[in-house]
Ligand binder design. Structure first.
Ligand SMILES: [Zn+2]
Length: 337
């Protein structure tokens, strides 16, 4: 089969190889998926850049967001057949530790991510355990299917962790990015008044934002104006250090800041006095539960993802470089087959 593989860190070392052996079904509950669409996600860049020491196997096929069709099933697979349309939940978990037993398989003590601790989906085929597959409805397109397990699930879980309530002000940084565009749609569905920080005023508004802040240097004062001085109840910021100060200062009394990424750097300053005197809660969030993923699949008609650029597998380097484009507005997808 064809796949994008790297042996040494760096996008320039990611090469498409034509004659890689098709993955085998190592366990009787494994499923072989023919990949249709893969999302290009910042996590893939982190993997390729070499900053995760646990990446395996090496040489490695990255690709964390995958949709496709069932091609072959192991002897113990039930309820799936060749040709079924599926998405891949990219979280590996043991189902046995205290976290898994609490329904928190995304923070399994012995878990990891498909595409990080296993080969991923920048390939014609990928083999995964059946429990990592979810059948998708006929009317769900491949882009949304590839997007729900990371781009969709991550902000959904984060908003649930932050206990976003009806009528609260939700402030979303990076609102035209992967997770941002889903956060504004879900925030709206959950009954919040959504303030989006984005240069893409028009389509971010179409996705449900009530207010759009386009001037990144005036976020705090504009939030003050919009909320009549109350400031935001929940702030979503996965952009890291660059927007940390303005996001922290935009939180109101009893507000919550939730983060699941640090794209521009992870080391931030914290004013402890502001934290306790306003009774602010800082929340870290990662992935989401399988129940939450099922809820997203069942409500997929209420969620859209905007494609910005599409590439074929041969142009995988360009697809990854496009993640860093200043013009990026929406998602980057790989059409694998
Ligand atoms: Zn576990």
């Amino acid at each position: 089969m064809r796949a994008a593989v790297f042996g040494k860190p760096g996008i320039e070392n990611l090469k498409v190889i034509d004659n890689i052996e098709k993955p085998k079904l190592a366990n009787p509950d494994d499923v072989l998926i023919k990949v249709k669409v893969a999302g290009v996600n910042p996590i893939d860049n982190v993997v390729i850049s070499g900053s995760i020491p646990t990446v395996k196997p090496v040489p490695h096929i990255p690709g964390a967001e995958v949709s496709g069709t069932v091609d072959e099933i192991g002897n113990e697979v039930n309820g799936l057949k060749k040709g079924d349309r599926v998405l891949i939940h990219n979280k590996m978990f043991d189902g046995k530790c205290d976290m898994c037993l609490s329904g928190l398989d995304m923070i399994c003590r012995n878990g990891g991510l498909i595409g990080v601790i296993t080969n991923g989906g920048f390939a014609e085929y990928i083999a995964v355990p059946q429990r990592n597959t979810f059948k998708i409805p006929d009317d769900m397109d491949w882009d949304l299917a590839a997007s729900l397990p990371v781009t969709g699930l991550t902000p959904f879980h984060a908003l649930n962790e932050a206990h976003l309530k009806m009528n609260e002000f939700l402030l979303v940084f990076g609102a035209s990015g992967n997770t941002g565009m889903v956060a504004i749609q879900l925030g709206k569905k959950m009954g919040a008044k959504v303030i989006a920080v984005s240069k893409e005023e028009e389509w971010v508004r179409d996705f449900g934002a009530d207010y759009v802040i386009t001037d990144y240097d005036r976020v705090i004062e504009q939030v003050r104006e919009i909320t009549s001085g109350k400031m935001a109840d929940v702030v979503v910021n996965s952009l890291g250090v660059k927007t940390w100060d303005s996001s922290f200062e935009s939180i109101g009394i009893n507000g919550r800041l939730v983060t699941f990424g640090g794209l521009t750097g992870a080391d931030v300053k914290l004013n402890v006095q502001a934290l306790y005197s306003k009774q602010i809660k800082l929340i870290g969030s990662t992935g989401g539960t399988r129940r939450e993923l099922k809820d997203l699949i069942d409500n997929h008609d209420k969620i859209q993802v905007k494609a910005w650029k599409r590439f074929d597998l041969d142009n995988i380097q360009k697809a990854l470089q496009a993640l860093f484009s200043k013009e990026r507005s929406g998602r980057i997808f790989l059409d694998v087959s």
